[in-house]
Design a protein around this ligand. Structure first.
Ligand code: PSU
Ligand code: MN
Length: 302
């Protein structure tokens, strides 16, 4: 027997759902584990406003004291942004946080689950999780990839984070039947850099073609999710060559400090922030904003 999942909607999301108006889901791990205060709060509220400016309603998703929220009021975002010890929730522990009355931020995987339950089909993030370098030993492959294969939500991201093994990430996505479509270029983007040296499996040049592709996909049962690779704007990118040194350093520090599991990605992002003297955060914010804009356009086109 399945009972209805209890969801608390923000006023604007409840209204948009009632009107069948376009909505864009936003994750919260990027707020609690991806960026430091107060940049995280400015990013989260700024991205929400940008989505409104592009004709859609933002729905930031998180679990607060065991309650699943789809759409957060400004105060709640501020509170969450100041709660760095919030759980980092993925498919495996999403319901655990609800059962235990915990506060947790949703990753790409958990945000997709919640968005789908709420009837939202477009979601903007920074970069998805993927296959970590050294995964042949660690087996560390983000649950985001499997979620993309099973949950019908379009995820707009600036590719996979360059801290990952990008070609292996693309292979796993293909194995799991996830369409990877890059907007406006042949190369799959690498988060802080628009280039990754790896060709995107699919390419489109405008948002209308993404909507068309999605409508065709919906004719198939169990069509799952789709990943839209949206390259970071050129004026904000850190070129691959410059990034590689910082990434190598951060990876070696993670190894020295024996960082494992869920802590790996937040550790690497924080370390790269230090190594780039904060430039990586500016780039991260710019790419999230760019993804939010495209996600709003996709939501409107659908
Ligand atoms: N995008 C960002 N910053 C982040 C993330 C995405 O710009 O911190 C988060 C997402 O929540 C994603 C998670 O699901 O990183 C990946 O974590 P892991 O590698 O542990 O699966
Ligand atoms: Mn992992």
């Amino acid at each position: 027997m399945q009972t209805q999942l209890d969801i608390i909607y923000s006023a604007e999301v409840a209204e948009a759902l009632g009107n069948k108006a376009p909505i864009v889901a936003l994750e919260s791990t990027i707020i609690t584990h991806g960026m430091p205060w107060p940049g995280n709060f400015e990013m989260a509220t700024g991205v929400e406003q940008l989505i409104r400016d592009h004709g859609a309603t933002p729905a930031t998703i998180a679990v607060l004291d065991g309650k699943l929220h789809v759409g957060l009021e400004r105060d709640a975002i501020e509170q969450l942004a100041k709660t760095p010890d919030a759980m980092k929730l993925s498919r495996a522990d999403f319901a655990f946080a609800i059962a235990q009355g915990k506060t947790g931020a949703t990753t790409v995987a958990a945000t997709m689950m919640a968005a789908h339950q709420a009837g939202i089909s477009v979601f903007a993030t920074g970069g998805i999780g993927g296959v970590h370098r050294g995964a042949s030993d660690s087996f560390d492959i983000s649950a985001d990839l499997q979620e993309l294969s099973r949950t019908p939500v379009i995820v707009v991201a600036a590719g996979a984070k360059a801290i990952l093994d990008v070609p292996k990430t693309l292979e796993v996505l293909e194995t799991n039947g996830v369409p990877v479509v890059t907007l406006g270029q042949d190369e799959f983007p690498a988060f802080w850099s628009s280039k990754s040296d790896h060709t995107s499996p699919l390419r489109v040049d405008n948002v209308e073609d993404i909507a068309k592709f999605e409508k065709a996909r919906r004719q198939f049962q169990d069509h799952g999710g789709m990943l839209v690779g949206n390259p970071v704007p050129q004026e904000a990118e850190i070129p691959q060559d410059a990034m590689n040194g910082f990434i190598e350093q951060a990876l070696s520090d993670a190894d020295d400090q024996n960082i494992k599991g869920k802590d790996v990605t937040p550790f690497l992002l924080a370390r790269i922030f230090e190594l780039t003297n904060g430039k990586s955060l500016e780039t991260n914010i710019a790419l999230v904003r760019n993804n939010a804009k495209i996600a709003a356009q996709i939501a409107c086109a659908l």
